[in-house]
Design a protein around this ligand. Structure first.
Ligand code: G2I
Length: 448
């Protein structure tokens, strides 16, 4: 898009409004009498799970375990199911630490994500220098053995982790596994399906959040190809490690929806967002809302419990501080989960005609436009009199943050917009910052 100076200043203004309203929104506590009070329970209201990564050596920490047992209903072993942990010597499998996590979770009714069966990283020493057929067979044996050992106990497996290159190519990452042949990924998925037919089988990666990035497109094409050829893939995991250099992209919802449209579930698998306060809280809110807006986004996992448990603790990227206190980010996630409704328009649009108006009559019809995690577009088509005046009534705490093809004014509450022609015809539009409320606006038309 070509940016004129007018559109630039307008964009700055709009983004300032977005920031101000969204920051305010995350401070609003959920007051509904029925609101769930833990992450797992609030996610369960829409049939989703809310998980965390767990380290076996922290299962003796009372604060850690207290939060784990209270808040989460899905668990991922942070390191204990990786190839180096489960097969430290070729053919000798070691499940002690992984079992501690799996047993802790399952005995309390929590589900388990298996992470990860095949990966270029965290390979045991004996595997790192292998190549060719020997490596391919060793990898497939590993997938088969581990998935068989845990058969029936794993909700979703990260069958293959991080197999695509960063940067602008959209190509596979070079690795010893990749050099065994491009079909190594599908071979791993087939082995996993045979070993644990009841588990969902996921491809998992990072930097796949922005729809316009080459890596995202590369993964998308692989999943599309797998679905077309019947390779057994059920889900795509989006790790979602964000920071100021890699913020939550504005097209995040688009990415999740486009993958889901391929016929796979999508899961947010390792969420953490470096930062603090309302800025961090707002970004977390956007991620949760993006997932809630995609029917096939079946759950969210954060990559650790307290900031001090994080692989990047100095970035304070999690929902609990180092003492185990809930952060603003926690409150925004809980609030977003409790306010989550499907963005399909739970309220039918109202179209009203005023035939008795001496100035003539008009009808205003609403149509859904594009949707993002934090906002949606609406379009209004007016028929009848050309001197129309359309009243657009929002549901609190929605706010209109942009309009086009109309001259608009607002009442003092900011929720009732009066739109008139501005010389650009009889179809106008607006963007609503929904702040958790996806209801469609109601309309009425008069002349004036
Ligand atoms: O790097 C962040 C994550 C990216 N996606 C895949 C995940 O599996 C990965 O998790 C991290 C763990 O959070 C770290 O805890 O993976 C790292 C290694 O791949 C983990 O770091 C390792 C250290 O490298 C080891 O030196 C250490 O012994 O953690 C081990 C246990 O603390």
């Amino acid at each position: 898009m070509k940016l004129t100076s007018r559109s630039v200043s307008r964009a700055v203004l709009v983004s300032a409004v977005v920031t101000a309203t969204a920051s305010a929104a995350v401070l609003v506590a959920t007051t509904s009498a029925n609101a769930a009070t833990t992450l797992g329970a609030s996610a369960a209201q829409s049939g989703r799970y809310f998980g965390t990564a767990v380290a076996a050596n922290k299962l003796g920490d009372a604060t850690y375990v207290g939060i784990l047992n209270r808040e989460f209903d899905m668990v991922t072993a942070e390191n204990e199911m990786k190839m180096d942990a489960t097969e430290p010597q070729q053919g000798q499998f070691s499940y002690g630490n992984a079992d501690r996590i799996v047993n802790h979770a399952r005995s309390r009714g929590m589900k388990v994500r298996g992470h990860a069966l095949a990966w270029h990283s965290q390979q045991p020493g004996w595997m790192q220098n292998m190549s060719g057929t020997a490596l391919r067979n060793a990898m497939l044996n590993h997938v088969t053995q581990v998935a068989t050992y845990y058969r029936g106990k794993i909700h979703s497996w990260d069958v293959v982790n991080e197999a695509f290159a960063d940067g602008g190519t959209g190509a596979r990452r070079d690795s010893n596994l990749q050099r065994t042949g491009n079909d190594w990924i599908e071979a791993a998925f087939r082995a996993a399906r045979a070993a644990d037919p009841g588990a969902k089988l996921c491809y998992n990666d990072y930097n796949t959040d922005n729809w316009s990035h080459a890596k995202t497109q590369g993964v998308y094409r692989m999943v599309q190809d797998f679905k077309a050829r019947g390779v057994p893939i059920d889900c795509v995991g989006f790790q979602a490690h964000f920071n100021s250099g890699n913020p939550v992209p504005s097209n995040y919802h688009t990415t999740l929806q486009n993958f889901a449209n391929l016929g796979v579930d999508v899961q947010i698998t390792e969420l953490d967002i470096e930062g603090s306060g309302s800025t961090q809280a707002q970004q977390y809110q956007g991620v949760v809302q993006a997932c809630l807006a995609v029917t096939r986004c079946t759950g969210i996992t954060v990559w650790g419990i307290r900031d001090s448990d994080s692989w990047r603790a100095s970035g304070t990227p999690l929902l609990f501080d180092s003492s185990g206190n809930k952060k603003a980010a926690y409150n925004s996630v809980l609030s977003a989960l409790n306010n989550g409704t499907q963005p399909t328009g739970t309220t039918q649009p109202t179209t009203t005609t005023q035939p008795t108006n001496p100035g003539g009559s008009c009808t205003a019809t609403y149509a859904e436009g594009q949707k993002w995690s934090d906002r949606f577009n609406g379009q209004v088509t007016v028929t009848g009199a050309s001197n129309w005046v359309v009243t657009v009534t929002l549901s609190s705490p929605q706010k209109v943050i942009a309009t086009w093809n109309t001259t608009a004014t607002w009442d003092s509450s900011g929720t009732v917009m009066t739109a008139r022609p501005n010389g650009n015809g009889n179809v106008f539009g607006f963007t609503v910052q929904h702040n958790g409320n996806w209801n469609w606006p109601s309309l009425s038309c008069r002349t004036g």
